[in-house]
Design a protein around this ligand. Structure first.
Ligand code: AMP
Length: 187
């Protein structure tokens, strides 16, 4: 199965993406996780993206697209994959279309986790205390929401028009949401 998981900041796409990918025995590919590990290891890429991430902005499309194109060329994606946090812009969605067309492997579903923004901000501030993520302070959280609304939310319509959007209520405890997603996927 070839999936992507989208949702506003803090909706749990990372957590749910990993659980769903494990259930389906496919790799979960998180661009955010790839960037965070590059920042932690102080690679060249990490140095480019650290400030952007800390401010809640988006890493430039060409950088992000090249990383995903490389990753989807790895043999472990042959049986499917779950993309977490990509695409986030129209240009990324178009690039993904081109990559998948070249591979001859269409997307099955774009999962969208829906949630009330106030609830999410509260959730993220709590996560900030526990995980100490550099991009979980209040100003950055607000910026990430603004970027989501501006750049990423329009993609929901794009996948909806294509009949590829599966919306799932993301509020609730983790197993409950996982159950809803699997049910929506018919698994
Ligand atoms: P995430 O873990 O998906 O919330 O991503 C954390 C941060 O990584 C985002 O706020 C962006 O700065 C960066 N990032 C992750 N995925 C992308 C993407 N597809 N395009 C641009 N920036 C991204």
């Amino acid at each position: 199965m070839r999936l992507l998981i989208m949702g506003p900041p803090g909706a749990g796409k990372g957590t749910q993406g990993a659980l769903i990918a494990e259930h389906l025995v496919i790799p979960a590919i998180s661009t955010g996780a790839i960037f965070r590990s590059n920042v932690a290891n102080q690679t060249e890429l990490g140095q480019v993206v650290a400030k952007i991430m800390a401010e809640g902005g988006l890493v430039p499309d060409e950088v992000t697209i090249a990383i995903v194109a490389d990753r989807l060329a790895q043999p472990d994606t042959a049986q499917g994959f779950l993309l977490d946090g990509f695409p986030r812009t129209v240009a990324q969605a178009e690039a993904l279309d081109a990559i998948l067309e070249k591979l001859g492997t269409p997307l099955d579903t774009a999962l969208s986790l829906t949630a009330d923004p106030d609830e999410l901000v509260a959730r993220m501030l709590k996560r900030a205390e526990i995980e100490h993520r550099a991009d979980d302070n209040e100003a950055t959280i607000r910026q990430r929401f603004a970027v989501y609304q501006e750049e990423t939310a329009p993609l929901l319509d794009l996948y909806r028009r294509r009949g590829q959007l599966t919306e799932v209520n993301g509020l609730g405890d983790i197993p409950e949401v996982t159950g809803r997603i699997l049910e929506a996927l018919g698994r």
